[in-house]
Design a protein around this ligand. Structure first.
Ligand code: PLP
Length: 440
């Protein structure tokens, strides 16, 4: 698309209200081109994108003609019809997705991660009405996790700053402690995963098991600090959920579709979820699509006499009928398979973590390096011995310095008061050794 640089900047400043931005004194950055791992700004400067479009999204990289061609062809065949009616890409994509998720069988489409999670909450609530006489409608979420931007998704938000000034929130949500190994109150111990997960049971018992119908967690906490729960954690959580008849919901909006080196992050644990939500990497940003995937058991809870007008899942999402989403998602999965991007993610992820850990020898302000696959975090501290957090301004300056050096990196959201200083790295799954070396 042609443009005039100065005019575009002026128009941006005049008309665009950017996400997460204080506009007073704001100078917009504008990107005009993406190719593979790199994006180019309006001034012609090219950056190595180590954040997959800023927020863990462009898993297969920029400029994928194959996805664009598939979407264009489908647009001419049938661009849209409301999702109550079937269409070819939705059916084919659902089949392919379910093949990667043993034990799950149903795919519900919508447009964003927030919406996919809202569907999960509605499913839990309605099952409470249909099967538990109006009980078990409450949901437990984990501190430091994020599940979306709507008021109800924020009601399940463990990130302080995202919530502040937006209440009152939806009732029926309860919080349990985070899965931060580095700062765990239990310290290093063999059964850390079990101990951490058992904190969930304490909350269930304090609220009352009859009230709780679902537990939602980001399989690995992303914006809350790149937190990978220890071994045994989700197996214990599953046992607890089974004990009290609670649905276990994994938010794979970030971790899904290969980000951590498996199709889904939960597949690193021996655990069967009841519901999995996903968005960002599903179509790598080439189209807006999200999914709420459930077991057949959850789906069957909604089967009833058609004369009962309240018993089916009475939810709709207009753009859940756009065929661009599933078409792009299908092509995205085909690329991940054909180019063996899960394998590449594991190899490059290990290489990245090794490189970052190597930096610890030189830089005492690196407190911790952690992650899984191409999902990595570097926690910056004032003092490694005491783990005293560093000022946020320092971490911000590091993000700015990386950009000045041509590499886009991220930082945890400002939601944790002092714990807002983990640098985040999530390059596309196509990253090569030389990309990783440049990032490190
Ligand atoms: N869940 C997680 C783990 C996320 O990181 C996000 C967004 O960053 C969401 C849900 C919300 O997704 P969306 O912004 O598409 O609504």
């Amino acid at each position: 698309m042609s443009f005039n640089k100065e005019e575009l900047i002026t128009l941006d400043k005049t008309h665009v209200w950017h996400h997460l931005t204080q506009h007073k004194g704001f100078e917009p950055a504008i990107y005009v081109k993406g190719e593979g791992m790199r994006v180019t700004d309006i001034g012609g400067k090219t950056y190595l994108d180590a954040v997959s479009g800023g927020v863990w999204t462009v898993n297969v990289g920029y400029g994928r003609k194959e996805i664009v061609d598939a979407v264009a062809a489908q647009m001419m065949d049938l661009c849209y019809f409301a999702n109550g009616i079937g269409n070819v890409p939705t059916i084919k994509f659902s089949e392919k997705l379910i093949a990667k998720m043993p034990g799950l069988s149903r795919v519900y489409l919508s447009n964003s991660g927030s919406e996919a999670n809202e569907k999960a909450f509605k499913i839990v609530r309605q099952i409470g009405q249909l099967k538990h006489k109006g009980k078990k409608t409450g949901i437990i979420y984990r501190d430091r996790d994020y599940h979306g931007t709507t008021i109800t998704a924020l009601s399940a938000c463990g990130q302080f700053e995202r919530r502040v000034q937006y209440g009152p929130f939806t009732p029926g949500f309860h919080v349990f402690p985070d899965c931060d190994v580095y700062r765990s109150k239990f310290g290093p111990c063999a059964d850390l995963g079990v101990k951490m997960a058992k904190q969930l049971e304490e909350v269930i018992l304090s609220v009352g098991p009859d009230e709780i119908g679902g537990v939602i967690v980001e399989t690995m906490t992303a914006g809350g600090g790149i937190l990978v729960p220890p071994e045994g954690y989700y197996e214990t959580m599953r046992e607890i959920c089974d004990k009290y008849g609670i649905l276990l919901i994994f938010d794979e909006v970030v971790c899904g579709l290969g980000r951590t080196g498996k199709w889904f992050g939960y597949q690193y644990w021996n655990v069967q979820p009841d519901i999995v939500t996903m968005a960002k990497g599903v179509a790598s940003g080439y189209a807006a699509i999200s999914c709420t995937v459930t077991t057949e058991k959850v789906f069957q809870d909604f089967l009833a006499d058609p004369a009962d007008h309240d018993a089916y899942f009475r939810d709709i999402s207009t753009f859940g009928g756009c065929t661009a989403g599933p078409t792009a998602a299908l092509a995205n999965m085909e690329i991940i398979e054909r180019e063996k991007l899960l394998e590449n993610c594991v190899t490059m992820g290990d290489y990245l973590l090794e490189g970052l850990k190597g930096l610890m020898e030189k830089h005492a302000i690196i407190g911790d390096v952690r992650g899984r696959g191409l999902f990595a975090g570097i926690e910056i501290v004032k003092d490694r011995a005491t783990k005293e957090p560093i000022a946020e301004a320092v971490a911000n300056a590091m993000v700015g310095a990386a950009k000045a050096n041509g590499v886009l990196i991220g930082k945890t959201s400002r939601s944790f008061r002092e714990l807002n200083n983990t640098l985040t790295l999530c390059p596309a799954l196509i990253a090569t050794k030389s990309d990783i070396e440049e990032i490190v």
